[in-house]
Design a protein around this ligand. Structure first.
Ligand SMILES: Cc1cc2nc3c(=O)[nH]c(=O)nc-3n(C[C@H](O)[C@H](O)[C@H](O)COP(=O)(O)OP(=O)(O)OC[C@H]3O[C@@H](n4cnc5c(N)ncnc54)[C@H](O)[C@@H]3O)c2cc1C
Length: 571
């Protein structure tokens, strides 16, 4: 056979690295935020997430998406979704590591931070399975609103045994939990939910306790991810309004609960995860929290999944930067490795800068989750300064990091040239995942309106936020000027809107406000924590008039030495 050519100047696969130890920023944050005790565990999971095996499992789980079986071959309704074994292996690794429960199962200072670092690596490896892991982690604070239910279910939800079998909970050694809010006529506006629930006092709840009140739910959900979860938090209307219910897949008598999976969504990404349309035909559920206060109850869960959206978006940026730098280190053009071409170095440095700011912001918010915990069982102390910071910083950070991710990942993809656009490589999966985190748990506008609401109803949350921002004042003049201007803007906002025009202009300007708050917090954290030149590069490129719009247009004040520092840490 004639040899047509020799393959050369192609980069290699990025495999067999320790995702934790090879990440200097993550290491710094773990030590800074009181989670150094978890280093060995983080490294163990980091080796799995970056291993040839872990990366291959991620590929297989996405190449073989879940399949819905509504009926068995005899025509009985079964509503079962079957997943590829690779998905189960990823779930098992995440649950073994406690990513779904660590802060609740073994509460200690730094637990949310350690768990956030694990989730950061899981998302870099494979985002789809992170959805059920996130919902299982997030359900506990909401479930604790109904102590009798929590007493019955929490132990198995927090178990570090993954049990993917489809059986009643009592027969299982570990459970996962999902969440259903979105209906056809409204997702953001859950007050428009039409699913209704009526009390069913004659139905015995298993091991009946006074706080376990059975209801029957009838209606639908338009998006419910991870439909093979063992139970869900579901919003439904009662006479008193939107109420939260805990709906198990199986009834206490061992029969299948009447949750019907209509079909799975054909999604643009997030392929390994099943997202379904559900119908409830008098499905059994138990009330969680106060009747008519369903939004206030489920928001406990949503706040934690919002943290995971930040973690996920930051993780996509980290992995995209890593892939871009790896490619540029193994590919030459016009006589030099791409990584040594000054303009490519500038692009990689800028991607690295964005990625670093995203994870620093995420981990500061995760720290606030740790520090606002008041009791040994993990319950929140909502009055502390950290809790007030958390309230507004969660929304601001979720908005901004998720907004930046798709642009960032697209630019990183371009660093790989044509190879970046090809399905056999890692970039298309990262890119298709990147807009999703912005949609989940409050899409952009909804989050910005939530920030306005927080400012109007709890202005002390904004004070706590600005106090964190101001910690970095005095070291960078551009930053100080930015903060002075922002403080004037914020002071105006705290004055009650006296006319409809003022209210309108505040709503129209909400994105601008949240963006400025986000940049101020990121810059503050960079100045407090990062290498001085790197922090100054962030301020000059993001807060002043010197930077450009596309990644890679760093101002000339950013010196080659700083660019090299950033590129070195991006690999
Ligand atoms: C892959 C995937 C999985 C999902 N899994 C789940 C799940 O497990 N459980 C679940 O409950 N949901 C799930 N969702 C649904 C998701 O949470 C909703 O799509 C999201 O909350 C937005 O709701 P919506 O689609 O009804 O859009 P809408 O609420 O109609 O919003 C559309 C747009 O209008 C904007 N908007 C809304 N209100 C305002 C306003 N007042 N002012 C200005 N702009 C506004 C929004 O920001 C958005 O950009 C999933 C979605 C996807 C894509």
């Amino acid at each position: 056979m004639t040899q047509t050519h020799t393959v050369f100047n192609q980069a290699s696969e990025l495999v067999d690295y320790d995702m934790y130890l090879s990440d200097p920023v993550l290491n710094d944050l773990i030590h800074r935020h009181g989670a150094a005790w978890a280093a060995a565990q983080l490294s163990a999971y980091g080796r799995f997430a970056g291993s040839t095996e872990g990366i291959e499992l991620a590929r297989q789980a996405n190449d073989n998406p879940p399949v819905l079986h509504t009926h068995d071959r005899f025509g009985n309704r079964i509503d079962e979704v079957k997943f590829h074994p690779a998905y189960h292996r990823l779930m098992q690794a995440a649950i073994d590591a406690g990513i779904h429960s660590m802060p609740w199962a073994t509460p200690r200072p730094g637990a949310h931070v350690a768990r956030a670092a694990l989730m950061y690596m899981a998302f870099q490896n494979e985002a789809g399975h992170c959805c059920p892991i996130s919902m299982t982690y997030s359900v506990i604070p909401a479930l604790r609103r109904q102590p009798d239910l929590a007493a019955q279910w929490e132990k198995l939800i927090c178990s570090t045994v993954y049990d993917g079998s489809f059986r009643p909970a009592a027969a299982k050694s570990g459970l996962t939990v999902g969440m259903g809010m979105t209906e056809k006529q409204g997702g953001s506006d859950v007050r428009a939910n039409t699913t209704r629930a009526v009390p069913a006092p004659t139905l015995a709840a298993a091991g009946t306790a006074p706080g376990i009140k059975p209801y029957l739910l009838t209606g639908h959900k338009w998006f419910t991810s991870a439909p093979m979860s063992d139970a869900f938090l579901i919003l439904a209307q009662t006479e008193k309004g939107v109420t939260c219910f805990f709906v198990p897949r199986w009834r206490p008598d061992g029969s299948l609960n009447t949750l019907r999976i209509q079909r799975l969504k054909d999604k643009m990404g997030n392929k390994s995860n099943a997202s379904s349309e559900l119908e409830f035909e008098e499905a059994l559920g138990y009330i969680v929290g106060d009747e008519g206060r369903g939004v206030a109850t489920i928001i406990e869960m949503v706040n934690h999944t919002r943290l995971d959206c930040m973690i996920g978006a930051a993780a996509l940026m980290r992995q995209a930067t890593r892939q871009a730098a790896h490619h540029a280190s193994g590919r030459a053009a016009f006589g030099k490795l791409l990584i040594d071409q000054p303009l490519m170095a500038s692009v990689l440095a800028d991607l690295s800068l964005e990625s670093e700011a995203a994870i620093r912001m995420t981990m500061r918010v995760a720290e606030a989750y740790d520090k606002s915990v008041a009791t040994a069982d993990g319950a929140s102390n909502n009055n502390s300064a950290e809790a007030q910071f958390k309230r507004i910083a969660s929304a601001v950070s979720k908005y901004w990091i998720c907004k930046r991710a798709p642009m960032h990942v697209a630019e990183a993809l371009e660093c790989l040239g044509g190879n970046g656009y090809v399905e056999s490589g890692p970039m298309p999966r990262l890119f298709r995942e990147s807009p999703l985190l912005g949609i989940w748990e409050g899409s952009g506008n909804v989050i910005c309106l939530d920030v306005l609401r927080a400012v109007a109803k709890e202005p002390e949350t904004l004070d706590a936020f600005m106090a964190e921002v101001e910690k970095a004042c005095g070291v960078n003049r551009s930053f100080d000027a930015y903060v002075r201007k922002l403080k004037r803007y914020v002071a105006d906002l705290k004055v009650k809107a006296t006319t409809a025009d003022i209210a309108l202009s505040r709503e129209q300007g909400a994105r601008r406000l949240v963006e400025q708050l986000a940049l101020a917090l990121q810059a503050s954290l960079m100045l407090q924590q990062a290498h001085k030149d790197v922090a100054n590069a962030f301020v000059s490129s993001r807060l002043g008039n010197e930077g450009g719009f596309a990644f890679g247009s760093l101002p000339s004040s950013v010196k080659p030495k700083t660019i090299k520092t950033l590129v070195d840490r991006s690999r």
